[in-house]
Design a protein around this ligand. Structure first.
Ligand code: SF4
Length: 367
């Protein structure tokens, strides 16, 4: 029965959502956590790369050029530190359990594609920039900071592994998250921690399942190709679980509310994997051989990005109207990539097409 008497004059409980309950303006714990994460990671040193990095698969061509010439981008914001750290925590927690499950002889975690070469020159402390000295540990040594007493593992650089694709050399440096090599399964794959909305799209909570990001699949495919695996896997962990009600309605298991796995035959995607390795290698060479950064081309978009400020592009064609040739827009859109791009400002400054770059923007460091 509806309530007939108006009781809106009665006092409301504190925190009534209708009154709004905004969070504190500042934050105590946010800065504590982010400062801690930044200190742990140490400063990021941009470096020139004469190899491809599969984690950039299907990325913007110009971004790949910046990756090749070591142009530092805008620093990562607090939310970026937080979100990327969640992925690292999941990895760290999984490692021991995965090895215990498969046995160390049947699984390789964080497998390096490339060769570690130890460096004997002292390194600057990553925490305080102080000088370091060698301290013996067993049959090797670590670097110990004389100023703040931090200890760093012995410094190294990584020599790329050169893989041949259709007769073209493709130098690669990468880590594959996991390589399972049991008698039944020979699979290379990557763990990806994704936002709740992206996860919903991937598993089909909003219509047909879209699957994992294509870039993640190609990244894992490159690892599988190089390691000689025949299966490619992508594992998505959701940062927010699908609700119980929706999972029941969609017939999803309890596990699928937050974890989804896709396994495909490498042969199904081999051509796409090889195409992408060659594209990345050619963009890398475009910088190192010709001193040019690539045009603003993003795979899947038919034309160059014309407005990197908002990712805008428009595809035109010439059509005849009343005997005159006029330009008509046949497709247009906004690429999401630009909004998340560390090099957006520089990209705008450099202009469209393949272009040279002022040398003062380029890092001298080389791995
Ligand atoms: S701003 Fe857009 S077009 Fe420019 S490098 Fe970044 S992703 Fe590519």
């Amino acid at each position: 029965m509806p309530i007939r008497t108006d009781r809106s004059d009665l006092p409301r409980a504190a925190g009534d959502p209708r009154a709004g309950w905004v969070p504190d303006e500042g934050s105590i714990f946010g800065p504590i956590l982010i400062d801690h994460l930044m200190r742990q990671a140490g400063p990021r040193v941009p470096k020139e790369r004469r190899y491809i990095t599969p984690s950039k698969a299907l990325g913007c061509a110009r971004e790949l050029s910046f990756n090749a010439n070591g142009t530092g981008g805008a620093p990562m914001g607090p939310s970026g530190w937080f979100l990327t750290s969640i992925g690292k925590w999941v990895h760290a927690e999984l490692e021991e359990a995965v090895v215990a499950h498969f046995g160390a002889e049947h699984v390789t975690l964080e497998g390096l594609i490339g060769t570690k070469v130890e460096l004997d020159d002292p390194v600057a402390c990553r925490r305080c920039d102080g000088g370091t000295e060698q301290v013996g540990v067993g049959d090797t040594y670590v670097w110990n900071c004389e100023a703040c007493d931090a200890v760093w593992p012995r410094a190294h650089r990584i020599e790329p592994e050169v893989f041949e694709v259709r007769g073209e050399p493709v130098p690669i440096v990468s880590y594959t998250d996991f390589h399972i090599h049991t008698p039944e399964l020979n699979a290379v794959g990557d763990f990806k921690t994704v936002g709740g909305y992206k996860y919903k799209l991937a598993v089909g909570e909003r219509g047909a399942a879209e699957g994992p990001s294509r870039g993640a699949l190609i990244q894992a495919g490159i690892g599988a190709l190089v390691r000689g695996a025949d299966k490619v896997m992508v594992v998505n962990f959701a940062r927010d679980a699908i609700s119980v009600a929706v999972a029941q309605r969609k017939g999803m298991s309890e596990m699928q509310r937050f974890v989804a796995e896709w396994t495909v035959d490498l042969d199904e995607i081999r051509t796409e994997v090889e195409d992408e390795m060659l594209r990345m290698a050619r963009i890398n060479r475009l910088w190192h051989d010709e001193g040019l950064v690539a045009a603003r081309r993003i795979p899947g978009i038919p034309v160059e990005i014309s407005s990197p400020g908002n990712g805008g592009w428009h595809h035109t064609e010439q059509v005849e109207v009343d005997g005159e040739m006029v330009e008509r827009v046949i497709a247009a859109g906004n690429a999401w990539n630009c909004g998340y791009c560390d090099h957006q400002r520089l990209c705008i400054e450099l202009g469209p097409g393949r272009v040279p770059m002022p040398t003062d923007q380029i890092s001298e460091e080389e791995e």
